[in-house]
Design a protein around this ligand. Structure first.
Ligand SMILES: [Fe+2]
Length: 357
């Protein structure tokens, strides 16, 4: 390994340690579930305050209406949760229907009937960072429930604070990786903006394929770092204006393996590695480094390959004009299943047609 590749590997190792040691979000959901059971209620939620936007959003939901409620928001001061977030005072309400603050749209949209509730502020450092809300206890919530919740709210507040921190760190990890990849990309004079566009196309394909949020996040990191191995390619080859000879081509074609060496052994980067190592493989076995066929190429690599080629075709290079998006898509479709993974090409077409891109 060259000094540069070793340095980058060390940096990624440090960043990924911070990234993977803070899987605290699940703690919040589990705690909420336990509190819902403990108090004998039907459902519950944890709202987080977004001070910048002046609103609250669901961080965790437990109960039958959960899938229909995700993504819903309240303005600070609006509804019962919004009121508790502003006043910092808990509310125990026996008959929700008769409370003017109650936002009944949520019930209507989610087919849920709220009867009674208990809402408690989650406070750290003297300010409400969120709210915990428990719904529908047979016979209504009592003073003892409120006391119990006031005790449990302290560790929940800390868990929420940590979850907020975790979200920020994940964002910073992605941004740092992107800056790193873009700095490396700058050495190659023909690829301005390539990493960012491959990231956008890969994410769009992943969304159309309905990958879950965790897989999408890993796919994004893989797309960001897909050409990181170019750091190990000498300038004389990488920046050469004239067409490359066979030997130089072989040197360039080492970048997926160099990239894989950089992230190898970095905790939590196993799937990310696959996208880096195999993004130049082709379904018919004509790619490199290992000449894998479609069923052997990992999912992320098949997606990134499509995004990578689509961007290369639609970008102007000194030796060729840029194709339009339609022409580039046609190129990929003509080689579907032979070179490029069929469902991935279909997903890209869907993303282009539905204005996601
Ligand atoms: Fe590449």
């Amino acid at each position: 390994m060259t000094t540069e590749t070793t340095k980058i590997k060390g940096l990624l190792q440090t960043l990924s340690k911070i990234h993977s040691s803070l899987k605290i979000e699940e703690v919040l959901e589990t705690s909420l579930r336990e509190i819902v059971n403990l108090l004998g209620s039907e459902a519950g939620s944890i709202w987080e305050v977004d001070e910048r936007k002046g609103e609250l959003f669901f961080r965790s939901i437990v109960g039958s209406a959960a899938p229909r409620l995700r993504g819903k928001k309240l303005k600070l001061g609006e509804g019962i949760a919004g009121t508790v977030a502003v006043t910092g005072k808990s509310l125990l309400i026996d008959n929700v229907e008769s409370d003017v603050r109650w936002k009944r749209e949520f019930d209507e949209e989610s087919n849920f009937k709220t009867q009674n509730l208990l809402t408690f502020p989650l406070v750290t450092g003297g300010r409400a960072i969120g709210v915990i809300q428990l719904l529908n206890k047979p016979g209504g919530f009592r003073k003892e429930d409120l006391n119990l919740l006031s005790i449990l709210s302290a560790p929940i507040s800390i868990a929420l604070e940590n979850a907020k921190l975790y979200t920020r760190i994940r964002k910073i990890f992605k941004e740092t990786s992107l800056s790193l990849a873009m700095a490396i990309e700058k050495r190659d004079p023909y690829t301005g903006g390539h990493t960012k566009r491959v990231l956008t196309y890969s994410r769009a394909i992943g969304e159309m394929l309905k990958l879950d949020e965790e897989a999408l996040e890993q796919l994004e990191l893989s797309a960001i770092l897909h050409d990181i191995g170019k750091i190990g390619i000498p300038d004389a080859v990488l920046r050469k204006k004239e067409p490359l000879n066979d030997e130089e081509r072989k040197i360039i074609e080492r970048h997926p393996v160099i990239g894989a060496e950089i992230v190898m052994g970095v905790e939590g980067m196993e799937r990310i590695l696959e996208g880096i190592k195999y993004h130049h493989e082709r379904c018919d076995g004509s790619g490199y480094p290992d000449g894998l066929t479609c069923s052997e190429i990992p999912l992320f690599a098949k997606i990134i390959a499509i995004a990578d080629v689509f961007d290369a075709l639609t970008t102007q290079r000194p030796y060729k004009r840029a194709l339009s998006a339609e022409e580039a898509l046609q190129y990929l479709k003509e080689r579907k299943s032979r070179q490029f993974w069929g469902p991935g090409v279909d997903a890209l077409e869907k993303a282009l047609n539905s204005q996601v891109l």
